[in-house]
Design a protein around this ligand. Sequence first.
Ligand SMILES: Nc1ncnc2c1ncn2[C@@H]1O[C@H](COP(=O)(O)OP(=O)(O)OP(=O)(O)O)[C@@H](O)[C@H]1O
Ligand SMILES: [Mg+2]
Length: 672
Amino acid sequence: MKQYFFRRIRMSFSNKLFVFLMGVFVLLTSFFSVFSLHSQQENFKKNLLREGFMIAGILADNARLGIFSMNNRQLEAAVSNVLGAYNVIGACIYDMEGQILQRKTAGPWEMTDICRKPERAVNDPSAEGLLNVSSFEDDEIVEFWSPVLTKTSKLSEDELYFEQDNRGRPGRTQRIGSVGVVFATTELQKNIRDMLITNLLVLFFLVFISCLATYFLVQGVTEPLNRLLKDIKSRGGMPEDRDDLGLISDTYSGLIRNLSESFATISTLNSSLEIKIAELEQEIAKRKQTEAALHDSEEKFRDISEGIAEGVAIVRDGIFVWLNKAFSDIFACLVDDLLGQEAAMLLPWPGQKAGSPWPSERLTGPGGQEPFLIEVRRKDGLDILLNVCCRPIIFEKQKAIQVIIRDVTERHREKTRRKELEIKALAQSKLASLGKIASGVAHEINQPLSYIRVVYESALQDIAKQRLDPAEMTVNFREALRQVGRITQITDHLRHFGRIDTSKFEQVQVPETLTNSLALMREILRLDNISLTQEIGEHLPSVFGNSVQLEQVFINLFQNSVDAMSESNDKRIRVSVQQAGEMLEICFSDSGPGIAFEEQKNIFEPFYSTKSMENRSGLGLAIVNSIIRDHHGRIAYRDLPGWGASFVINLPVSRDSGNGSSGALGQGPDNI
Ligand SMILES: Nc1ncnc2c1ncn2[C@@H]1O[C@H](COP(=O)(O)OP(=O)(O)OP(=O)(O)O)[C@@H](O)[C@H]1O
Ligand SMILES: [Mg+2]
């Protein structure tokens, strides 16, 4: 509790001020109270002395005649008169010899308690012996003694002491006795006590009043300080060991620090702001330059666009706002005829419904700028094919779409013609391949045919000799039937391979295609004593393509290997099919002489051949390359250790194995 109290005083400035002011005030008030008490006490004493001297003088004066005449009644009257005075509790009259002539007391006082010091007063003739004042503190009484002189004079304290003869003779004034007056100090002490109590009450009252006044004064003086403190505390709390002035001082220091930091920050910001303003000004200047440049470039754009063969138009909000002459020429009309017209009417977007506006948003989005082909009808009724390319542009400070069109009708026709030629070449190549494999195929068919023939001949003989054995015949006919099936399979493959329509693209299993091509080539390989190794991976994905075209690829490669190894002793072919990421990798190798480095760059060129045999056109690898490219794949020649010639084919794996579609030879993105 005490600690809490002192802590409250220590921590709070207003409390400290209050305690200090109160301390000062109480000290001052106490000092003045003690001083005033002391001076009042002295006054009381002085008054008592004065009164005592006066009454003792009166008694001495009244006792003079009684002592002369020894008239006891007179002396008694004098003493009685004195006893009636305030605070006088006793009076006595002595003669020169120290004999009591008269003595009386008042109240509870005994004669023996008072007027006990006549000897000194009587025997000591000096002036000092006339009066003896007891101390206030120790005794309850005070005695006043006065000489009774022969001469009546005006008595004063000084005269009592000094108006004597130098020689001590009674000449001028002679002492004939002594009188004593006794005062009780009880009343005096009571007065002093009352005065003390009054003073204390006044002191307490003053302290109370000053306490209130000081409190309100301190509150008034420290109110802004308290408000400040409250604010500081509400912002961050108050540390345990910090008084409020300390806290204000800390806060003030913190504020000064923050202020200086803020000033530093402001000056930094100021300088960066100045830099920013300068940059902004530069930016504005640059922007103005850019605008001017844009204006110039727009002018240039118009000039250049007017000079190029492609049709250029600007479409804003689906309306032609600008176009060059080439654009209007492509549509066989005038520029003014097209300006302000809806772009959707002239250039319908692929898949766009009739009357719907241009999908301007799509152009700014991803994939919106892909060029597309579209067939439109000119004003003169001619149908043309256009390649349309759109891209977003800022034209006359507004967003717009730049449309570039090119008439590709002729090129498309040319391409179609080229395709037709390619298909023809492919057909011819197939025919050539058929020619080359014909002897092998014929041999392949001959074998089962010979067997069937033998079965029929022996059956006929058995019939003629009437030695038919039904069980043996059943076995032979069954085998003959199997051989027929083999022939049918070969002829089916021939028919399939000979088909001219190779436009259908579908999911193709490459190992299956390889087996089909082997059905036609196996006999040739067998006749030439060529051993074949196949390394086919498991769970291979399909490719999107045409199986007949891919069969053609394999037959050409087989044929080339057969040709290359015609004079070799070691005759081997290895075919591997593996998946390599998103591609199917087909590696075709033979143990022939391979291809010299300087010849490798020519082998895919049409009509390049090193063979002197008849029917060798040099188109085999050129057609293979074309087919593989149409399948979005690649073919390359490789030198592999241990092998002669090696061809590596990469075909993209089909992503959608169940989705077939058709396409022409050379199918792919129309890159007109
Ligand atoms: N496996 C191979 N080994 C060695 N040389 C090859 C091989 N394959 C192709 N060549 C070389 O590449 C040339 C071009 O082959 P390509 O198949 O295009 O034409 P060709 O076989 O000569 O004629 P065609 O294929 O019309 O019968 C061949 O003449 C040959 O010199
Ligand atoms: Mg060839």
